[in-house]
Design a protein around this ligand. Structure first.
Ligand code: ADP
Ligand code: ASP
Ligand code: MG
Length: 459
């Protein structure tokens, strides 16, 4: 069971978590993975930035307010538990102050330092949650996630080394489970073989949860968050978005990749590899069933299940001269995409144009250097990607064209392409994305008359 930052933002939230864990106690063995209390990771990273620009006092103040929040939660515990949390928070405070004082460093040392500072969010929330659970009579045991998740040394976005993680996680967690305990560990953090602290990237506690689930052969991994599952669109954009009851692993991975923040992009793979079902549930509304993600059963319906969107892209568009996709051109494109897999988010053809999108960072022109010989390229920034997801959108007979035509009919300025058999993707200016998603959502999920006319949308 993984609880996100908003599920542990304050004392009432910790109480809700304790209730939920208790309600699942009979399903033991169970393991709890927890994120930092909401906003703590941001505060730690901001504080490091302040220290880097010489504002040491500001840096320390930024962190102190958040350390205090842990103490306020501990105030609700009995004397011994409270004293234990105070000692843990006080050591963390001293260590963080020391780390902030060492920011003169640069290069690798700076990246290490950033991970070291960022790691305190999860280390503290896990220690605090295990104290809260014990206080509620549950046999919780704090586990240092850095002893379980072994990673490479790419600080800020470290990759887990699966076999060694499996060995260590089993060695750390297995005996506790055998002894009837409920292990509680922080998400997001790991360590290299030398024991240097690393982090797996922002929002990656979900990934820790599915990794731990896979290493232990879990029956199910539950992701408890602040919404009732994966919704038909981001509820911050679409108030009327509703829960999608079931998704396949592929659909979920696609949504995560194209911006549905409720799912971390890396989290699907470990669960899918072993067929472990994932449930996305709401810690504020535990009575709701949320979304079940598992292997697809039966033929895909070719219907759109949800819409995702992401801003912050730079794009390049290119109309190959003639004979597109001529052999020479296709080969150059293959080489470019092979060399830049990590940097390129999307590479596709829409209408007669070839489109490449990268996260905004200015690297696109250098990546596409080789294509310049083939003709003029149009670079644009502040772009967004909208993605309609559903298994079989490309394969369901007749449906694909119908759906695509229907999408085109909604907004003739948008071109749609597919980067897999389960999506329709369009690239547009970032400032249009809200209006476009609202329009699509209305037509696909809300406007029943239009839905009947274009049954192709939702099957
Ligand atoms: P946690 O702290 O629990 O990991 P996150 O903030 O990372 O939670 O993810 C939950 C948020 O994801 C929701 O509050 C919502 O704003 C956002 N979100 C974006 N797209 C979707 C979607 N399709 N369904 C549900 N939530 C979404
Ligand atoms: N606390 C980390 C972050 O804010 C990881 C997570 O919440 O999943 O990115
Ligand atoms: Mg998250």
């Amino acid at each position: 069971m993984k609880f996100g930052g908003t599920s542990v933002e304050d004392w009432p939230a910790f109480e809700r978590v304790a209730h939920i864990v208790r309600a699942h106690e009979s399903a033991r063995p169970l393991v709890v993975v927890v994120s930092a209390m909401s906003r703590v990771t941001d505060a730690l990273l901001n504080s490091l930035r302040a220290a880097e620009s010489g504002e040491l006092v500001l840096a320390q103040n930024l962190v102190m307010a958040h350390l205090e929040r842990h103490l306020r939660v501990a105030d609700q515990l009995g004397t011994a538990a409270r004293a234990g949390v105070h000692t843990t928070v006080e050591s963390a405070r001293r260590e963080i102050v020391e780390l902030l004082g060492a920011v003169g460093a640069n290069g690798t040392r700076r990246a290490r330092l950033r991970d070291a500072v960022a790691s305190y969010g999860e280390r503290l929330s896990a220690a605090l949650l295990s104290a809260v659970l014990r206080e509620q009579g549950l046999p919780a045991a704090y586990v240092d996630a850095r002893r379980c998740i072994l990673t490479d040394a790419s600080h800020g976005r470290a990759r887990p080394i699966y076999e060694e993680t499996r060995r260590r996680a089993r060695a750390e967690i297995g005996p506790l489970l055998k002894a009837g305990k409920i292990p509680v560990l922080g998400g997001f953090i790991g360590a290299t073989i030398e024991g240097v602290t690393t982090t797996l990237g922002r929002g990656s506690s979900d990934y820790t949860a599915t990794l731990v689930g896979a290493t232990l052969g879990a029956r199910e991994t539950q992701i408890w968050t602040d919404v009732s599952g994966v919704l038909t669109a981001d509820p911050r954009l679409i108030e009327t978005a509703r829960t999608v009851p079931q998704l396949s692993y592929d659909e979920a991975a696609e949504l995560a990749r194209f911006g549905a923040k409720v799912l971390h992009p890396e989290m699907i793979e470990p669960a899918a590899a072993l067929g472990i079902p994932l449930r996305i549930r709401n810690s504020r509304a535990p009575e709701e069933v949320g979304t079940l993600i598992r292997a697809r059963r039966g033929a895909p319906r070719g219907s759109i299940k949800a819409i995702a969107c992401r801003t912050g892209f730079a794009t390049a568009e290119f109309t190959p001269a003639h004979g597109f996709p001529g052999n020479g051109f296709a080969r150059v494109v293959r080489e470019i995409s092979g060399r830049n897999q990590a940097a390129i988010h999307l590479m596709a053809t829409a209408a007669d144009r070839f489109v490449v999108a990268c996260e905004e960072a200015g690297a696109l022109p250098s990546i596409l250097q080789d294509l310049r010989a083939c003709g003029p390229i149009e670079f644009r920034s502040e772009r967004a990607i909208v993605c309609c997801v559903g298994e079989g959108l490309q394969h369901a007979r007749g449906r694909a064209l119908e759906s695509r035509d229907a999408l085109r009919g909604l907004d003739s300025t948008l071109d749609w392409c597919s980067t897999s058999s389960h999506n329709f993707v369009s690239i547009l200016d970032g400032d249009r994305v809200g209006a476009v998603v609202r329009r699509l959502h209305h037509a696909i999920f809300e406007n029943h008359k239009a839905k009947e006319e274009a049954a192709s949308f939702s099957g």
